[in-house]
Design a protein around this ligand. Structure first.
Ligand code: SF4
Length: 369
């Protein structure tokens, strides 16, 4: 039913315009073709701080390897981390598996559908809970991710960027205020889709926006002031040395401890370069400290620059040999000597994956000679 604008509340108009637009314009994404709460849950966790185009191949591979909660719950952790390799924020994968074990044991493999139960699962916060509840179960729950915050700030001309808890609260209240009585899953996805496709951070496409007649910032022609800018985080720069150590044709790798950054991933040994220390001196010292043995450097393999969210790493990679003797590793939970071909079984941080690719390239070139 199309009522004249004067008899319809602002919120109803927003609901209708956005839903109409979404049903016509939404991207065809694999998790949108599914009503399976597990698939929707996996997609929401993968999409946290990660773009759709990056997530797509990961989601497909994941759902093939672990099509059900039970498959994920019973998988070896190394396989779970391997499938997450390169996606970053590895605690998301570990929490997904921890939650899958709880869902299998406590709910017979079916994701619970109440806010309280879903929020009790590791790795599920208010945003993810709102997304799963509304999209998978049709429960009236709002969502507030970065895209939604930006749309709401502009739509209502709110000087809020969600940086403080007070600001976040105001945006949550607004997200709840505009939530329709029904079609909540589609409406929430429409809000997120609008933020991702139309109401983008720089130069939003207001002319094709379904909300242009209702958007207060657009009507006042001051969209550029909303949301107010967030202070930029300081990106730390770190210089690190790492060693690819050979012994009898095998390569030494070690597994990071269970807590902290990139917990449980495998890596080549090494560490931070100290002030006034050369990368060469650093690697010899690190190997002595971490493995209890001396090493000789054979050659510098590569310098890799890699950006993580909070820091930028310059990684100096050396090929080397350990002196004979027993290794006594001090900075890992597990270690192994593996053949080059076996490296692909283990999950590594992204910067280490670049080293493996180089080793494979060098080995292929040698074989051809
Ligand atoms: S009119 Fe422009 S600023 Fe307002 S919601 Fe649409 S794209 Fe965003």
């Amino acid at each position: 039913m199309h009522l004249p604008a004067s008899t319809m509340s602002d919120t109803v108009l927003i609901n209708e315009s956005l839903l109409r637009w979404y049903r016509k314009e939404r991207r065809d994404l694999p998790w949108r073709r599914s009503r399976d709460p597990y698939a929707i849950w996996v997609s929401e966790i993968m999409l946290q701080q990660t773009q759709v185009k990056t997530v797509l191949p990961y989601f497909e591979r994941w759902m093939q390897a672990f099509p059900t909660v039970k498959d994920l719950a019973t998988a070896p952790e190394s396989k779970v981390l391997k499938l997450w390799e390169g996606l970053g924020y590895y605690s998301r994968a570990r929490n997904l598996q921890k939650s899958a074990i709880l869902v299998k044991d406590q709910y017979a493999g079916n994701l619970p559908s109440t806010r309280k139960e879903i929020l009790a699962l590791p790795g599920i916060g208010p945003y993810t809970a709102g997304a799963i509840l509304s999209i998978a179960f049709g429960v009236r729950a709002s969502v507030l991710d970065g895209n939604v915050k930006r749309v709401l700030s502009r739509l209502r001309r709110l000087k809020e960027n969600g940086k403080t808890s007070k600001s976040e609260k105001r945006l949550w209240a607004e997200a709840e205020r505009i939530l329709p009585e029904k079609d909540v899953g589609d409406f929430n996805q429409a809000l997120m889709e609008l933020g991702a496709q139309v109401c983008i951070p720089q130069k939003p496409h207001c002319m094709i926006c379904p909300l242009k007649k209702l958007c207060q910032a657009h009507l006042k022609a001051d969209v550029q002031n909303f949301p107010p800018p967030k202070p930029q985080p300081v990106i730390k720069k770190i210089d690190v040395s790492a060693a690819v150590l050979f012994r009898r044709g095998k390569i030494y790798i070690q597994q990071r401890v269970e807590k902290g950054l990139m917990a449980g991933l495998w890596e080549f040994p090494g560490g931070k370069i100290e002030k006034n220390e050369s990368p060469e001196k650093c690697i010899v010292r690190e190997i002595r400290e971490e493995l209890g043995l001396e090493m000789t450097i054979e050659e510098k393999l590569i310098v890799i620059r890699h950006s993580y969210t909070q820091f930028r790493v310059t990684l100096h990679v050396f090929k080397g040999r350990l002196f004979p003797g027993k290794i006594t590793p001090t900075a890992c939970q597990n270690w192994k000597w593996v053949a080059l071909k076996e490296l692909e079984i283990y999950p590594f941080p992204s910067a280490n994956v670049k080293i493996i690719k180089l080793l494979e390239k060098l080995s292929n070139a040698q074989e051809k000679e």
